[in-house]
Design a protein around this ligand. Structure first.
Ligand SMILES: CC(=O)SCCNC(=O)CCNC(=O)[C@H](O)C(C)(C)COP(=O)(O)OP(=O)(O)OC[C@H]1O[C@@H](n2cnc3c(N)ncnc32)[C@H](O)[C@@H]1OP(=O)(O)O
Length: 429
C-alpha cells in the first residue's frame, strides 16, 4: 500500500452450494446462479436497492446470449439497476482476478464498495454450431433478396453441419488439464498415495466445517440444495485407492476421479469495501486484501507445467512484502488436482527449481501442512471454474477473522488454464 492507496476490506461473502455437473443445477443458467449468489449477499448485508461502485464477475464458459453476464445478473438481482458491472475472464483465476479488479478501484478511491464474483456451469455449456455452418448461415442472414438467400442456403453441404462442444483442454497443446497435470505429477514424483491422502483430508475437513457451522454465513441454499453435492462421506483413502486412473499413462497414471476436481456448477461473490464504507454501515471487516500477483508460464513449448504459474507468482509477492513462505497462519491452495497442490509445494521446497526457475538464492522451503486448506478445498467442494476464487477469499477472510495470534496473515494460490496463476495476501483486520 502506498500513500495514494487505501486499505481494502473483505466485508463478507456468499455462494450457493456447488453441485456436480449435470445434476441438481442442470436446468440452472450462469445468470441464475450468479444472481442467486448476489441476492444472498444483498440479503445478508442489507444492500437491497443499493447502488454499488461496481460488480466485476465472470464465467469461463459463457453463452453468447449472456453478453455482459455480470451486468445482466445485476439487473436480475435486488441491487440498484444503476450499479455498473463488468465481465472478466482468466480461466480458474477469474474469481480472484475479479476480486483484484474491485480491490484496485477501492484502493485508488475510485469506488467505495463493490462485489467480485464468478459462476460456471458445465451442465449448460455453450454448445455452438460448426464454424463452416455458422459462416454460411451468416451469409444467408445477410442476403438481401430471396434469390440470394436461396443461393446462400444451397451452398450449405451436409459436411458443414456439426457442433462445437467446449473441450476441457488447452487450445495450444490439445491436452486436457488433467493430462497436463499428470505430466507435472510425474516430473515431481507425486505419488498416488499422497494424492489420495490429500483428497480424503479435503472431504473430511469440509464436512467438519459444515458441521461446525463455519459456512453458515457463507453459503445460501439454492434449488433445495444446502451442501456441496460432491462432498461425500465415503471419500476415504481406502476407497480412493481403489479408483481407476483417468489421466496419464504408465507411471504417470496416478490421477483419478477422486483426487481430481469434478466438473461442477456453482457461483460465489465477495463484498469488498473501503474501511470507511464498512464503518459507516456498522459492518465488521473480516480481513484486508493486501496484495496480489499474477504469473504466466510457457506450457506450450515445454518450458513449464501448465498449472505451475502460482509457483512463480508467490516469490514475487513475498519479496514485495518482505515476507517468507513461512510467514502465514493459513495457506489456501486451490485443489485443481491433488497432484497440483503437491507439485507446487514440492517446487517451493526444491533448491534447484527455486534457484534456476525462480531466480532465488535458495528454496522457499516447506509450509506447515496443518495450516493448508484447513476447511477443505476444491477436491471436496467441487470447482465451478470462475466461482472458486470467491469461495476461497471468503473462507480465508473468515478464518483470519475468527482466529487469534499467529501472524494474522493468510495466502491464496490459484492455478489457471492457459499457464497462468494468481496469488493473494490477506491480513486480519
Ligand atoms: C486450473 C484448474 O482448476 S484445472 C482443473 C479443471 N477441472 C477439470 O479439468 C475437471 C477434471 N475432472 C473431470 O474431467 C472429471 O470429473 C473426471 C474425468 C475426473 C471424472 O469424471 P467421471 O468419470 O464422470 O467421474 P465419476 O463421477 O463417474 O467418478 C468415477 C468413480 O469414482 C468415484 N468417485 C469419484 N469421486 C470420489 C470420491 N471423492 N470418493 C470416492 N469415490 C469417488 C465415483 O463414485 C465413481 O465410482 P463408480 O465408477 O463406482 O460409480
Amino acid at each position: 500500500m502506498n500513500e495514494r492507496t487505501r486499505r481494502v476490506a473483505v466485508v463478507g461473502g456468499n455462494r450457493i452450494p456447488f453441485a456436480r455437473s449435470s445434476s441438481v443445477y442442470a436446468e440452472a443458467s450462469n445468470q441464475e446462479m450468479l444472481t442467486a449468489a448476489i441476492d444472498g449477499l444483498v440479503a445478508r448485508f442489507g444492500l437491497e436497492g443499493e447502488r454499488l461502485g461496481e460488480v466485476v464477475a465472470g464465467a469461463v464458459l459463457k453463452h453468447a446470449r449472456d453478453f455482459n453476464l455480470a451486468r445482466e445478473s445485476v439487473l436480475g438481482s435486488r441491487l440498484s439497476p444503476e450499479t455498473p458491472a463488468t465481465d472478466i475472464q482468466q480461466a480458474c483465476g477469474t474469481g480472484l482476478q475479479a476480486t483484484i479488479q474491485v480491490a484496485n478501484k477501492i484502493a485508488l478511491g475510485q469506488i467505495d464498495v463493490g462485489i467480485a464474483g464468478g459462476t460456471d456451469t458445465t451442465s449448460d455449456a455453450p454448445v455452438a454450431i460448426s464454424d463452416r455452418l455458422r459462416r454460411k448461415l451468416m451469409k444467408v442472414n445477410a442476403a438481401r433478396d430471396t434469390a440470394s438467400r436461396i443461393k446462400a442456403l444451397a451452398a450449405i453441404r451436409p459436411g458443414d453441419i456439426g457442433l462445437e462442444v467446449p473441450q476441457n483442454g488447452e487450445p495450444r497443446t490439445g491436452l486436457s488439464m488433467g493430462e497436463h497435470a499428470a505430466l507435472t505429477a510425474l516430473e515431481w514424483q507425486v505419488t498416488r498415495e499422497a494424492q489420495d491422502e490429500l483428497a480424503a483430508a479435503s472431504h473430511q475437513k469440509l464436512a467438519a466445517a459444515y458441521d461446525a457451522g463455519f459456512l453458515d454465513d457463507q453459503v445460501t441454499p439454492f434449488r433445495g440444495v444446502e451442501r456441496d453435492t460432491n462432498l461425500r462421506g465415503d471419500s476415504t483413502v481406502e476407497k480412493l485407492g481403489r479408483l481407476k486412473p483417468v489421466f496419464g499413462r504408465g507411471e504417470a497414471a496416478t490421477m483419478t476421479a477422486g483426487n481430481s476436481t469434478p466438473l461442477t456448477d456453482g457461483a460465489s461473490v465477495v463484498l469488498l469495501a473501503s474501511e470507511e464504507w464498512a464503518a459507516e454501515r456498522g459492518l465488521p471487516v473480516l480481513a484486508y486484501l493486501s496484495d496480489f500477483e499474477t504469473a504466466a508460464v510457457d506450457h506450450v513449448n515445454g518450458g513449464e507445467g501448465l498449472l505451475m504459474a502460482p509457483a512463480y507468482a508467490m516469490p514475487r509477492m513475498l519479496a514485495r512484502n518482505g515476507l517468507s513462505l513461512q510467514d502465514f497462519d493459513y495457506y489456501e491452495i486451490h485443489e485443481a488436482f491433488a497432484s497440483q497442490v503437491l507439485a507446487t509445494l514440492a517446487a517451493w521446497e526444491d533448491p534447484v527449481f527455486c534457484q534456476q526457475r525462480l531466480g532465488l538464492d535458495g528454496p522457499l522451503g516447506p509450509i506447515d501442512r496443518s495450516r493448508l486448506n484447513v476447511h477443505g478445498s476444491s477436491l471436496a467442494a467441487g470447482h465451478p471454474f470462475a466461482a472458486t476464487g470467491g469461495r476461497i477469499v471468503n473462507v480465508l477472510a473468515k478464518l483470519l477473522a475468527t482466529s487469534e495470534g499467529g501472524t494474522g496473515r493468510g495466502v491464496i494460490s490459484i492455478c489457471a488454464a492457459g499457464g497462468q496463476g494468481v496469488v493473494a495476501l490477506l491480513e486480519r483486520a
